[in-house]
Write a protein that binds this ligand. Structure first.
Ligand SMILES: NC(=O)c1ccc[n+]([C@@H]2O[C@H](COP(=O)([O-])OP(=O)(O)OC[C@H]3O[C@@H](n4cnc5c(N)ncnc54)[C@H](OP(=O)(O)O)[C@@H]3O)[C@@H](O)[C@H]2O)c1
Length: 322
């Protein structure tokens, strides 16, 4: 496993980060714990979650994923020390008007609730899940700055921000001498490039922001399981989302054909190639990978240390250009 500095900070995180969004609905607790065991054993020291996981599924509720992780930490206290733990605030946690958002009131409530569920007394990286246009950015950053000073939180970051949101936040932190966002968590993969590359990538490079990419496999689309003329495998997230997913089209089939050829030339798999493409793209610190089984994680871990040739990267870039 390679470790990289998260942006300009001194914090070292693994080039793959374990995403936990599936824990508690597509993956039950025992398998979730087995996935975390394997990740840690194989050198992944960076785990990403969110307080709101997994409110959207009838098998789950907001906070369940953090609870599953909390029980895993509690079973062996050394685990907490060895993990750089990232969670998020912003999502709907209850029915009241202040049970969501990035107000001082909600942030202060939410951090204590996350700490309780995670059975820890500090969060390494506390991220705003998406911007909150109803709250002034200085209110949010002052609350986060207080959490850093209190020791409940060690670094702060943001997710799903546009370049202007990020610049506004950096400017506010600088002007008011508050803790600044040192990481960004954007959506980025071979099927979704422009959103990150157009403006966020240069901002992150220029200002030393660590980039932790979510959905490097496009939620499973970039695994080779979905092919031209073949039935969509049951039990996958893509099948649950619906067969009318607009990304199931000729562009994907052509990309899969090319990726299969490139992967087999080097004895790799399509998911490994997809993750390696993201992990070594300019400005990227780490790819947050999701897994619904230990077997999937084992496969994706093959991307560690894999470097694409310039010719392979150019071919994939050309095929997916925006
Ligand atoms: N900040 C945000 O708004 C945001 C949004 C989304 C995600 N995230 C974070 O990013 C993490 C990863 O997101 P993601 O789950 O969308 O990532 P992903 O890596 O793009 O997709 C993971 C899914 O792909 C399939 N898969 C994974 N490895 C495979 C393999 N080797 N072979 C075949 N299929 C495989 C599995 O789904 P099936 O088995 O169902 O096919 C798995 O759940 C989340 O857990 C979360 O921490 C953040």
């Amino acid at each position: 496993m390679r470790y990289r500095k998260l942006g300009r900070t001194g914090l070292k995180v693994s080039e793959l980060c374990l995403g936990t969004m599936t824990f508690g609905w597509s993956v039950e607790e025992t398998e979730s714990h087995a996935i975390m065991d394997m990740a840690l054993e194989r050198g992944i020291n960076f785990f990403d979650t969110a307080d709101v996981y997994s409110r959207w599924d009838p098998r789950s509720y907001a906070g369940k994923t953090e609870e599953i992780m909390g029980r895993w930490f509690a079973a062996d206290p050394a685990r907490r020390h060895n993990v750089v733990l990232a969670t998020k605030v912003r999502g709907q946690m209850g029915e009241g008007p202040n049970d969501q958002g990035l107000s001082r009131r909600h942030i202060m409530d939410a951090v204590d609730a996350s700490l309780r569920r995670l059975q820890t007394d500090y969060i390494d990286l506390y991220q705003t899940h998406s911007p909150d246009d109803e709250t002034p950015i200085d209110e949010t950053l002052r609350a986060l700055d207080d959490l850093v000073h209190s020791g409940k939180v060690r670094y702060i970051g943001c997710s799903n921000h546009k370049a202007w949101h990020l610049m506004e936040a950096l400017w506010t932190s600088d002007t008011l001498k508050l803790a600044r966002y040192d990481s960004l968590q954007p959506h980025y993969n071979l099927l979704t490039r422009a959103e990150f590359e157009r403006e966020l990538q240069p901002v992150c490079l220029k200002y030393g922001i660590g980039v932790m990419v979510y959905s490097p496999l496009a939620g499973g689309l970039l695994t080779g399981k979905f092919r031209r003329g073949q039935a969509i495998p049951e039990g996958t997230r893509v099948a649950e989302r619906g067969r009318d997913d607009k990304r199931l089209n000729e562009h994907l089939w052509t990309l899969m054909d090319t990726m299969e050829e490139l992967a087999s030339d080097r004895g790799a798999t399509i998911p490994q190639l997809a993750v390696a493409w993201v992990t070594d793209a300019p400005a990227i610190t780490t790819s947050i990978i999701g897994a619904t089984s230990v077997r999937q994680l084992e496969d994706t871990l093959g991307a560690v240390g894999m470097e694409l040739t310039a010719a392979d990267r150019a071919r994939l870039n050309e095929l997916t250009a925006w």
